[in-house]
Design a protein around this ligand. Structure first.
Ligand code: ADP
Ligand code: ZN
Ligand code: ZN
Length: 697
């Protein structure tokens, strides 16, 4: 007897191949089973979506190919997982197969059944060996014991226990949020022998302490990590232990939201406001939003969103009562919140980079053995080189952006396409040898700080030292770890860096944090820029004074040309709720998210005109349906950086106050978009994509 399974495969939404293909099998296969099937000339991994015992009537049964292999060693993917993948595909307007297969570890797609069996045996041996080692040594270290919860932590834990909606844990840096995650996870694991916990973090390399604390606390239960820094083999191993139920805790970045967790009971989203939870390629999903969905769709699964500065979407949901909010306003052990010191740049001498009072404060603290953190969101030495004699600037030939001057290897590098050249000895346009730098980046700031520190050694003659942490100095994990270690050991007195330094680190000796030039965000065209700036400054400030007993009063310095801006008043009072209500009022008045739902249609082409023509045609085709549904389609515009690597990029905003209506419209509109591929407007398009709930517009 034959069975007729439908199988989802990694076919992109654009392809004409449907959502699931029919195959033939000699046995009945469970939904969610992993199989290898022929597709064209290849054999490819697929997931069983359904299995019928009668042949489909719409295709010639004789032409239907048999599946090649059933990977029967692996339990099938669960209904909840399939449901998550289907929801993500529908909501983010992609193919189910594309989303499902992208969610599986790449290595799984390569292994044949024999290799897979070998891998499973090896993992099992390793697991038993580890478990043996743990039982032989039953005494966990004292440090791993949970602390007695504070009142605020107890409230939050009680709330989590009884929660029937998502929990927002709103607590400043150092208020004990991580301890709440740890204890909530412990309770979950104690329930039975199967319940699993998923912990999402924005960037795992930047938060080694969080990882370490989970490993330390839960060494007896398998904790695995899932992120892009793993080798393919490691990723497969982590995925398998989660899927087989051996791993009880999975710690990961946004991709881990798709991990197969058959007994999921708790999801934690740490720093839930972080933009890195939104994917910028393929299905442009938000792991934070999918966490809410996944917890809702999984029986008895809770979800905790933690942040000192929640996204306005989350804050709004909490204000409306859709999420339960628990506040942790105080730092553990009475550690003080940093005092805000605004430097009015209008009153500083011309060309000031670091104001004198700030320099004095940094040096004074360094002499006391305390560290400072200087934040400048621009790497390289200078963002532009420019010729004073003619109009030449260091444009990138491939992008509508300047190439950045890196003094360290005397290169001009484009941060968008990677194009790099040695700095020309003279102006390439007029031959003038006196080319000037314009503006400054972290490299130059490091140089400047080094000069200042050199003139102010310790009283016993020991020199003060500066370090730099940005994408250029942390290419490998080893390099990043070395910087972090130097900071922790106190080998560095002043650390200069991009926003990378503001995230997560638990540096105990930092008492001063300074944002050198954050003004850009106050007047950016992106309506989310102030929200991001507030959160970055709060988070950066949170780096200062984490240890109550250590050092001088913590300070957050901000050099600004607009010291009277309302954002700073809220920052001074550490008052996120006031800032949020101001911003939400503005968003409501302007009908922006979270009061409206948005999507972007993006198109790439060789010319800007072609990219926009495609979007304009799409708009014309959708116009009538959009009007009927109360949806606004705005005119096509170039992206802020219109050209990258010689590809012109344009986008078009689609907006509606009703999210469901917007979803329905885009769903229908997809047919128009696919049809456009075969028109004159569609031909020159390199790619197009829909971004639902875009973060940057
Ligand atoms: P957050 O995640 O909000 O930044 P943490 O959970 O890291 O805060 O807590 C800050 C510091 O306080 C950590 O060193 C942590 O070990 C400690 N801590 C947290 N909760 C308690 C508690 N209930 N009793 C004692 N120390 C605690
Ligand atoms: Zn010139
Ligand atoms: Zn470029």
């Amino acid at each position: 007897m034959s069975f007729w399974p439908t199988v989802i495969l990694a076919t992109p939404a654009h392809s004409q191949v449907g959502q699931a293909l029919s195959y033939r099998s000699e046995q009945a296969l469970p939904v969610g089973a992993l199989v290898r099937v022929p597709l064209g000339k290849r054999d490819t991994l697929g997931v069983i979506l359904s299995c019928l015992d009668t042949a489909p009537t719409d295709i010639d049964a004789a032409a239907i190919k048999p599946i090649s292999t059933h990977l029967s060693q692996l339990p099938p993917l669960g209904h909840a997982w399939l449901d998550l993948v289907r929801f993500a595909a529908r909501y983010y307007q992609r193919g189910v197969g594309e989303v499902a297969l992208a969610a599986l570890p790449p290595e799984l797609k390569k292994l044949d059944p024999t290799q897979l069996a070998r891998r499973l045996t090896r993992n099992e041996k390793g697991r038993l060996a580890r478990e043996g080692a743990v039982t032989a040594e039953p005494l966990a270290s004292e440090a791993a014991e949970p602390a007695e919860a504070t009142m605020a932590q107890k409230d939050a834990l009680d709330g989590i226990r009884g929660a029937d909606k998502p929990i927002l844990l709103f607590g400043v840096t150092g208020s004990g949020k991580t301890e709440v995650y740890l204890q909530a996870a412990a309770e979950c694991l104690a329930k039975d022998d199967t319940t699993q916990v998923l912990v999402l973090v924005p960037e795992i390399n930047l938060t080694p302490q969080l990882e370490a604390r989970f490993f330390e606390r839960f060494q007896a239960h398998t904790v695995v990590a899932i992120h892009s820094g793993l080798t393919p083999a490691q990723r497969l191993q982590s995925w398998l232990s989660a899927h087989m139920g051996h791993a009880r805790i999975v710690l990961g970045t946004r991709m881990a939201i798709f991990a197969s967790l058959p007994s999921l009971g708790l999801i934690v989203v740490d720093e839930e406001h972080d933009p890195s939870y939104k994917s910028q390629e393929g299905a442009r999903y938000s792991a934070r939003d999918l966490a809410i969905y996944r917890a809702h769709a999984t029986p008895h699964c809770r979800v905790i969103l933690g942040s000192a500065t929640p996204s306005l979407e989350t804050w709004h949901a909490a204000m409306q009562g859709r999420y339960a909010r628990f506040d942790m306003p105080d730092r553990i052990g009475d550690a003080a919140m940093p005092t805000l010191r605004l430097v009015d740049m209008q009153r500083q001498p011309k060309q000031t980079v670091l104001a004198q009072p700030l320099l004095d404060a940094i040096i004074a603290r360094a002499h006391l053995g305390e560290q400072s953190l200087l934040l400048l969101n621009r790497r390289g030495y200078a963002p532009v080189l420019s010729c004073g004699a003619c109009a030449w600037k260091s444009d990138c030939p491939n992008c509508s952006a300047f190439r950045v001057f890196h003094k360290i290897d005397r290169s001009l590098r484009c941060h968008h396409c990677g194009f790099a050249e040695r700095v020309p000895p003279a102006c390439p346009s007029c031959g003038n040898v006196d080319i000037q730098t314009v503006g400054r980046g972290t490299e130059q700031l490091e140089e400047l700080v080094a000069n200042v520190l050199a003139a102010a050694p310790h009283s016993d003659g020991r020199a003060l030292r500066v370090g730099r942490l940005d994408a250029d100095t942390s290419k490998g994990k080893g390099q990043l770890d070395a910087h972090l270690a130097a900071m922790h050991s106190g080998d560095i007195d002043v650390l200069v860096g991009t926003q990378m330094v503001a995230k997560g680190h638990d540096f105990r000796r930092i008492t001063l944090v300074a944002a050198i030039n954050p003004d850009g965000a106050l007047f950016a065209s992106d309506f989310r820029a102030p929200e991001r700036m507030f959160s970055l400054l709060m988070q950066a400030g949170g780096r200062a004074g984490r240890a109550a007993a250590f050092g001088s009063r913590p300070e957050l310095w901000v050099q600004t040309w607009h010291p009277t801006h309302a954002l700073f008043a809220a920052l001074r009072a550490h008052d996120y709720p006031t800032f949020a209500s101001q911003e939400l009022a503005e968003r409501q008045a302007a009908n922006l998210p979270p009061f409206a739902a948005q999507a972007l249609l993006r198109a790439d082409a060789k010319t800007q005109a072609a990219a926009q023509a495609f979007l304009t045609s799409a708009r014309q085709r959708g116009q009538a349906a959009a009007e009927q549904a109360g949806i606004d389609i705005y005119p096509a515009v170039p992206l802020t950086i219109a050209r990258i690597a010689n590809v012109e990029r344009a986008q078009m905003l689609v907006e509606c106050t009703n999210r469901a209506a917007l979803q329905r419209f885009i769903q229908q509109w997809q047919a128009d978009l696919h049809a456009l591929r075969h028109t004159p407007e569609g031909k020159p398009i390199i790619r197009w994509a829909i971004d639902v709930d875009p973060l940057a517009i």
